[in-house]
Design a protein around this ligand. Structure first.
Ligand code: AMP
Ligand code: GLY
Length: 426
């Protein structure tokens, strides 16, 4: 079967890499892909948001399965378009993708169905927002979230009423987050440790993926601005059997069941971002796609045939394919462009990739790279994901950091403490 992966990040390289190892994969295409995906398949010069163009391509090439990486094409309705043309695609419909695409929908959905989440209110005017903030009902700090997708940047923790009012004004009046800024969510600030919980769903039942822990902030010691993720380890040191059961029962199954009841069948991935508070797990957000970089260490540990797992979900029998995982822990360190996540340059030549890859057990996934005139150039904020899976986490990380030391591009930066678990952050 021919398989199309939509997207261009480290997540998509990891998915394409794993798919290319499937006994069902005759050929893998990536649209638009990156410098690394061309090593496991063929890149197709179509944007991941060109829904009609991608569907035309899938029809013309006779693609048997399409796998969507990022949220934007899902929110734009790529699954509906493909299905209307009789094409097989892994991911949720436009209506179901609102669970990620609309913060207001997600929060109201959780409130409707008593899925544990922070207390919140929605405001659509600055006056309304000011009233809520003046009431002090959530205390300070308070969290202000722009409606819609804002590439992870639409969430601001505000330490005072003044800061919160300014932020609300920027979002509602200044339209700082573009069209996303029409409404805002004002939410109580939750303290605790963040945990991600990711499952594959066929719309009624789910198969959990192996646990994984992201490292969100830019700098060591959980300092600096939030990023898309600077590294990840699997398993997550904070996922216990008890917590697993509790999240399945109070978050995952209610979400899948209630979405189905509301006519928004959640087919694809359900990713719950959770805060482990003293009162128990609370949902910070839902995503309807794989995590990035989380997918990278997860794919290294997956022993099952990914194509079989994904087609089982698309065909509505996810339970028939129990996913097998290697016991060995894995890790991923993201090499980022200088200045990421704020301002960074592209087009820097990357050297040392072959030397890093030559270390047995090391896999380098490309994220923001492109291949031009026989060289790899940086082409995004997160440039590479250096991964390994060894007998212990410490050995995995040692190998990864050795490989990181062999790769060079101007102004590269990466965290040196991925997998070095510190005490509870407050
Ligand atoms: P979201 O996109 O809603 O997950 O928010 C992005 C990040 O903001 C989360 O990963 C948290 O680190 C933080 N965040 C979001 N909501 C809250 C909250 N209610 N309390 C504390 N931190 C939050
Ligand atoms: N690494 C965070 C995410 O994929 O949402």
């Amino acid at each position: 079967m021919k398989i199309l992966v939509v997207g261009s990040g480290g997540r998509e390289h990891a998915l394409a890499w794993k798919i290319s190892r499937s006994r069902h994969a005759e050929k893998v295409f990536c649209a638009p892909g990156n410098g690394g995906t061309r090593l496991v398949g063929e890149n197709v010069p179509l944007s991941d948001t060109d829904v009609a163009g991608l569907a035309d391509f899938a029809v013309n090439e006779g693609i048997g399965l399409t796998v969507v990486g990022p949220e934007l094409p899902l929110v734009l309705g790529i699954v509906d378009e493909f299905e209307s043309r009789g094409l097989r695609i892994f991911g949720p419909s436009k209506k179901a993708a609102e669970l990620e695409g609309s913060k207001v929908f997600a929060k109201e959905f959780m409130a409707r169905h008593r899925i544990p989440t922070g207390r919140f209110r929605v405001a659509d005017t600055l006056e309304g927002a000011k009233k809520i903030l003046a009431s002090g009902e959530f205390g300070y700090p308070v969290v202000v979230k722009a409606e819609g997708l804002a590439a992870g940047k639409g969430v601001i923790v505000c330490s005072s009423q003044k800061k919160a009012e300014e932020t609300a004004a920027e979002m509602l009046v200044g339209k700082k987050f573009g069209a996303a800024g029409g409404r805002i969510v004002i939410e109580e600030f939750l303290r605790g440790r963040e945990v991600s919980f990711i499952v594959i769903s066929d719309g009624t039942r789910v198969q959990p993926l192996v646990s994984v822990m992201d490292h969100k902030t830019a700098y060591d010691g959980d300092k600096g601005p939030n990023t898309g993720g600077m590294g990840a380890i699997s398993p997550s040191p904070f996922m216990t059997e008890k917590l697993f059961g509790e999240v399945m029962e109070t978050v995952i199954m209610p979400a899948v069941t209630r979405m189905l009841e509301e006519g928004r069948k959640l087919k694809g991935v359900l990713y719950a971002g959770l805060m482990l508070t003293e009162q128990g797990p609370r949902v910070l957000e839902f995503n309807v796609r794989f995590g990035d970089p989380e997918t990278q260490p997860q794919m290294l540990r997956m022993e099952s045939d990914l194509v079989e797992v994904l087609t089982a979900a698309v065909d509505g029998n996810v339970l028939e394919k129990e996913i097998r995982w290697a016991r060995r822990p894995s890790g991923c360190v993201v090499l980022a462009a200088g200045g990421y996540p704020v301002r960074y340059e592209k087009g820097k030549p990357i050297s040392g990739l072959a030397d890093a890859d030559a270390i047995p057990g090391v896999t380098v996934f490309h994220a923001g790279t492109k291949h031009e005139n026989e060289t790899y150039l940086t082409n995004g904020g997160r440039v590479l994901g250096v991964c390994a899976s060894e007998d212990t986490l410490a050995e995995s990380m040692k190998k990864i950091y050795k490989a990181c030391g062999r790769i060079y591009f101007e102004a590269a930066h990466y965290r040196r403490d991925i997998g070095a678990i510190k005490e509870e952050r407050t």
